[in-house]
Design a protein around this ligand. Structure first.
Ligand code: SF4
Length: 320
């Protein structure tokens, strides 16, 4: 179901009016994409889709300590770290673009659920952080209709011709499939420790959250494979959270021959992770694979992560 914002701004848009008048040339409208949540869940999809429709996407920069500082100033203290970072990424775009895009991602896999934190994001953006910048939104609920149908509704909302939207969807899906296949790290080399890093797509691909762990593992000569979300087929399990289902499925299928260890990246105040961590841990330990989880919060620093990773790798040496 498409959210009808009722905003006059969107009613004025049409394929013929997707340009702002400037002194000597026509300038395309711009749309802001916060580099968090749906940006990582659907890699390359949104940039390609909007570009194909003639709207210029502007993505907020990678998360840094400054992003975290901004988040701590403007975001709700009880939010999980990614939600705080999302607010800061959104704030970075406000005032620099003609509109921001904040979909309501309710389900990414049919009959499975996204985190409930995703539900209010467009409303929270309009009520607070967007501060008058137009918020373009759609509902993404694969249990109700496929993503392609939601994108058709988005094209309609932007007054795009049907054939142009269909073409944009095709190209956007191709770009996303290619990006998802590229995001997994290559298999490890012989003689070097090989780890699997698991977590939500927006944590393992976020610079502030995953960066220190990846840096440390690289500096210690370890190969790291990031969990892939390219396969959208859910495992038959009782776990209905889509990301948790994918992590569970992956951990259920790995062996001690493939990995020297599994590192679970989790974030402060994540309700989903707090429910699932023990299940992951047991699953991996039953396979006799060393397991460690690292929780990242606003105050995490490289030094703290270094100590944890070093201790983990040292413990593996004792094991050999
Ligand atoms: S799953 Fe966890 S990290 Fe992700 S939005 Fe929900 S609470 Fe935050």
């Amino acid at each position: 179901m498409l959210i009808d914002t009722g905003q006059k701004f969107l009613k004025k848009l049409s394929a013929e009016h997707m340009w702002k008048k400037s002194a000597d040339s026509r300038v395309p409208l711009t749309i802001g994409l916060p580099r968090m949540f749906f940006y990582h869940i659907y890699p390359d999809l949104w940039e390609t889709f909007f570009s194909e429709l003639g709207i210029k996407p502007i993505v907020s920069g990678p998360s840094t300590a400054k992003t975290v500082e901004k988040a701590s100033q403007i975001s709700e203290t009880e939010h999980c770290l990614p939600n705080k970072l999302f607010d800061a990424h959104l704030a970075e775009l406000v005032g620099k673009v003609d509109m921001v895009f904040v979909p309501r991602v309710l389900s990414t896999i049919k009959n499975h659920l996204s985190c409930p934190k995703f539900g209010p994001l467009p409303d929270a953006a309009r009520a607070d952080i967007a501060r008058g910048t137009e918020v373009l939104s759609i509902d993404i609920d694969e249990t109700v209709c496929p993503l392609s149908d939601s994108l058709m509704l988005l094209g309609k909302k932007l007054n795009m011709r049907r054939d142009r939207t269909v073409s944009a969807i095709e190209r956007a899906f191709s770009a996303m499939e290619a990006a998802k296949k590229n995001t997994a790290r290559p298999a490890g080399k012989k003689g070097r420790p090989h780890f699997l890093l698991t977590g939500h797509p927006y944590t393992i691909h976020d610079n502030f959250i995953a960066g220190p762990v990846l840096n440390k593992l690289a500096s210690m000569g370890a190969d790291v494979e990031l969990i892939s979300f390219a396969d959208n087929t859910p495992s038959k399990s009782y776990i209905l959270w889509s990301t948790a289902n994918a992590i569970y499925h992956k951990l259920n299928t790995i062996s001690a021959d493939e990995y020297d260890g599994v590192i679970q990246l989790t974030v402060f105040n994540c309700g989903c992770d707090s429910m699932m961590i023990e299940t992951y841990r047991q699953l991996v330990r039953e396979k006799n694979i060393p397991y460690m989880y690292i929780m990242i919060d606003e105050h995490s620093a490289q030094a703290g992560v270094d100590t944890r990773v070093e201790a983990f790798i040292d413990s593996l040496r004792w094991r050999q």
